[in-house]
Design a protein around this ligand. Structure first.
Ligand code: CA
Length: 624
């Protein structure tokens, strides 16, 4: 018991990219080759992957310099991704994550437009008051001042295009068909890609679920979202319905149950941007950090588009538990929480004073539904399209205003609410009238900050990927040299004489993700010098360890102490110049992930800490 080892033990650890239950498509990888164009070296890398690794090509996106592969049956996704990263021509390889619509429920009741009009008229003629305002607008009772904005919209004929990246749109819906984006470069049904954009007969958009030209909706979610967007620009109950003021591009990547994948989402975003969408509405999310999705959003930013994203419906703080895509830090993302008609945060809504920008109505929202019907739905899925609609009517006033400026204007013109203070970044809920007026009076400013994905990689600790923190892995463990290791089978026979050899810590993983493209020499995980100390608190006292280098593969920990379950780990990381410190806390736990192993769980690592460390690591020296 309590045998002290006589020498320092050097631990080099390995890490598993995903910290929790499999959230990606089994047997698939997305591979990005180095460089912007699909070159001869990418071609040869692709061939090599097929010939030597036994993978088969599912699809090639040469415009993005990416391939989508199916693995050889039985191969492990994460191991295969790590293996491919060793190829000097591969920029990254990652799992194809699952994504889903940001509304859980189906409508309680589906009604005809006539039934909906009756309901709305009864409601607005009653004494119902919400906040300080009578109900004057059909889709929400929240005082967002949408009809007031209609009255001040200019008579321009310019119609900005909003991509509804979703379950599709009911293309025949009487309230939506006249607002659909139409690809003027394409001759319908001639079997030819007339405009040469890579998609044959893409008239109203594209279906990335089945890879065809029919983005019709078989779920209802995208149709509902589309109706909110059009309904923000004009009264969709007007009879007859006037000409549309905006265009809705149907970009389908979620299936008939509202489920999709990163591979389809990435293609959807590039399609929307390349075909002229100024606003991308994203009422969906899920999965872990994805480099390819991050890059796709950065592409939308570099093309001056706005990227509006639902904050998610888990009731969680996105500052602690990132929700993707809402939590990427690309400067054109507008992340949206859902509020009630009385401007209270919806019980289900995610929030975050750093990562969520503003609130928008998302409870009991009436909008269009499949087969010319109407329905009420709730979710941040419904909150995001109000914001997309407001951005669209702003963009309509200023044809050349970029997504970055539109974001600043909409955030600066919310209705601030005391109960949203400290909940979302602006402390307010979207206001259509103020935002429209701000866009009308602002001079177009073409400036936007430069943004580099490789310098803004995954900063979220792996432990953030689920609520309450996750597990880092311990690659192996042993006690004294002479003892029998096979005794360790799990938490039930844990004793204090256990020595953890491999502390795999989620935090360095996150840091190293941001580092991995900085090295000149191509190696799977470049290792960087970073001095820091680890204080390990056990029932026997506090012991000191030290960390010399970090990499995405884990960290090297030197210690001569035994650790046990529930022991606390206090990691004090020094800046390279030794002048600053960041402290994070974890404890030794049994992880059910990865088949069961010992690990270190870090809970509530502050975003601020990660940003601080990220700043330091920009100056790190590569260790050999
Ligand atoms: Ca085409």
């Amino acid at each position: 018991m309590d045998v002290k080892l006589n020498r320092l033990i050097l631990f080099i650890l390995t890490i598993s990219v995903s910290a929790h239950a499999q959230d990606y498509v089994p047997g698939e990888l997305i591979v990005k080759y180095k460089g912007k164009k699909f070159s001869a070296s990418a071609q040869s890398a692709s061939q090599k992957i097929m010939n030597e690794k036994g993978m088969s090509l599912k699809s090639s996106w040469h415009g993005l310099n990416m391939d989508h592969f199916a693995l050889k049956p039985g191969d492990d996704v994460e191991a295969a991704a790590q293996d491919l990263m060793q190829d000097p021509n591969v920029e990254y390889a990652e799992p194809n994550y699952y994504l889903k619509k940001a509304t859980e429920n189906l409508p309680d009741e589906v009604m005809t437009k006539e039934q909906f009009e009756v309901l709305f008229n009864e409601y607005s003629n009653s004494d119902a008051e919400v906040g300080a305002q009578n109900i004057s607008y059909s889709q929400t009772g929240a005082p967002v001042e949408i009809p007031e904005a209609w009255a001040q919209m200019s008579s321009t004929s310019y119609k900005p295009t909003i991509a509804v990246i979703d379950t599709g749109i009911d293309l025949q819906h009487v309230d939506l068909s006249s607002a659909l984006w139409a690809n003027t470069g394409e001759i319908p049904s001639n079997g030819i890609d007339d405009d040469g954009n890579g998609f044959v007969d893409d008239i109203n958009g594209w279906n990335f679920v089945n890879n065809n030209n029919n983005p019709d909706d078989c779920d209802g979610h995208g149709t509902h979202v589309a109706g909110i967007i059009r309904g923000t620009s004009q009264d969709i109950l007007a009879n007859p319905l006037p000409a549309a003021k905006i265009k809705l591009m149907a970009v389908k990547f979620l299936d008939c149950n509202g489920n999709g994948t990163t591979s389809a989402a990435v293609q959807s975003i590039y399609y929307a941007v390349n075909n002229g969408a100024r606003v991308l509405n994203n009422s969906w999310g899920g999965g872990s950090y994805s480099y390819s999705l991050h890059e796709a959003i950065a592409y939308s930013y570099s093309h001056q588009a706005s990227f509006v994203a639902a904050a998610g419906n888990s009731g969680l703080n996105n500052d602690v538990s990132p929700m993707y895509p809402a939590s990427y830090n690309v400067p054109n993302i507008i992340s949206v929480s859902a509020t009630t008609d009385a401007d209270n945060l919806a019980s289900f809504s995610n929030y975050g004073v750093s990562k969520v920008h503003l609130a928008s109505p998302g409870v009991g929202i009436y909008s269009t539904y499949l087969n010319n019907m109407y329905a009420s739905l709730s979710g941040t899925s419904m909150a995001a399209p109000f914001v997309s609609g407001v951005v669209a009517i702003m963009a309509r006033e200023k044809q050349t205003m970029n997504g970055y400026q539109l974001k600043q204007l909409i955030l600066n013109n919310v209705d601030t609410k005391s109960n949203l203070n400290g909940v979302v970044q602006t402390g307010g809920r979207v206001n259509a009238l103020y935002s429209l007026n701000a866009a009308q009076s602002a001079a177009v400013d073409t400036y936007q900050p430069s943004y580099d994905v490789s310098a803004n990689g995954n900063r979220g600790p792996a432990s953030d990927m689920q609520s309450g923190g996750g597990c880092g892995l311990v690659s192996k463990l042993y006690k004294d040299y002479n003892d029998n290791q096979t005794k360790f089978q799990g938490p039930h026979n844990m004793t204090l004489n256990i020595v953890l050899v491999g502390l795999l810590i989620a935090l360095p993983f996150a840091l190293a993700m941001a580092l991995k493209t900085q090295g000149q020499t191509r190696r799977r995980w470049d290792r960087f010098k970073l001095g820091s100390k680890i204080y390990v608190e056990t029932i026997r006292g506090e012991f000191l360890g030290s960390v010399g280098t970090i990499s995405i593969g884990g960290l090297e920990l030197k210690t001569d102490q035994h650790l046990a379950m529930s022991d606390k780990v206090r990691m004090v990381i020094e800046s390279p110049d030794g002048k600053e410190f960041v402290e994070v806390h974890g404890k030794i736990v049994w992880c059910n992930e990865n088949g069961g192993s010992f690990g270190v769980s870090f809970v509530e690592v502050q975003e601020k800490s990660l940003l601080t460390i990220h700043t330091w690591t920009k100056q790190l020296v590569k260790a050999n």
